[in-house]
Design a protein around this ligand. Structure first.
Ligand SMILES: C[S@@+](CC[C@H](N)C(=O)[O-])C[C@H]1O[C@@H](n2cnc3c(N)ncnc32)[C@H](O)[C@@H]1O
Length: 230
């Protein structure tokens, strides 16, 4: 199945809002750290429901936001949610692929991506595209929950037809550098919003032990790698 088929189906089933709810737990911390200034142009790669750009428009007064997604139904929903929330927000949604970003060189101040980068069929090409469109000093905030150290994420590929790339933290830094981006920081953002029940509640439907659940959410959380264009 293609990205389009897989995620159009998710959008049609309303799973875009479910993702937003779950990813917001850690995405909000990554977004708060972005050095976005009023008037900046920001691109959200694999925008899903478009919540990240709505948040940046509301809190940081971005000049223009572009949410890019390979699934037209995702982009359509995101557009509608944004119109419903704030018809004046300067945020638009485009259908496209990470491998060929529809922006001119040096045209973008910041790029954000949450739980989307690893679906790229050529992650090195995607990073090269990001490096091309970023202006000097522009940043890439790339956040993923599916990565090598997070052993609890390894089974996710079984439930998704799109091939996923599972890099470790070192590989992310190396690939950013190979694309010409400086690595400004990399860390794990813990998810403190998921409720972890007391030990007596385990095993649960999803978890054998409380320790595993704590490790997944509080220790591994989201891996954030920040690149800066030279
Ligand atoms: C798991 S969702 C995450 C959505 C959103 N960022 C969030 O945090 O909820 C991944 C999104 O990336 C999009 N996507 C995956 N691969 C893509 C590609 N190669 N080009 C464009 N969009 C892609 C999917 O259509 C989907 O909407």
């Amino acid at each position: 199945m293609s990205v389009r088929e897989e995620f159009d189906a998710w959008a049609a089933q309303g799973r875009d809002r479910g993702m937003e709810e779950r990813h917001w737990h850690t995405a909000k911390h990554a977004l708060a750290r972005m050095p976005v200034e009023a008037g900046d142009t920001v691109v959200d790669l694999g925008t899903g429901s478009g919540y990240a750009l709505r948040a940046l428009a509301e809190t940081k007064g971005i000049g223009r936001g572009y949410g890019l997604d390979g699934a037209p139904e995702m982009a359509r929903n995101a557009r509608q949610y944004t119109l419903d929330a704030d018809p004046d927000a300067d945020v638009g949604f485009v259908v496209g692929d990470f491998g060929s970003l529809p922006f001119a060189a040096d045209a973008v101040d910041h790029v954000f991506s949450m739980e989307a980068f690893y679906y790229s069929d050529d992650p090195a090409e995607t990073l090269a595209e990001v490096a091309r469109v970023l202006r000097p000093g522009g940043t890439l905030y790339c956040a993923v929950n599916y990565y090598e150290e997070n052993v609890h994420s390894h089974g996710w590929q079984d439930d998704i037809s799109v091939e996923m790339t599972r890099w470790d933290a070192d590989r992310y830094r190396e690939a950013f550098r190979d694309a010409g981006l400086h690595v400004a920081e990399q860390d794990n953002i813990p998810d403190r919003d998921v409720d972890v029940p007391p030990a007596s509640a385990f095993p649960t439907d999803g978890w054998d032990s409380r320790e595993e659940m704590v490790e997944r959410y509080r220790t591994y959380g989201t891996l954030l790698t920040v690149g800066v264009a030279p």
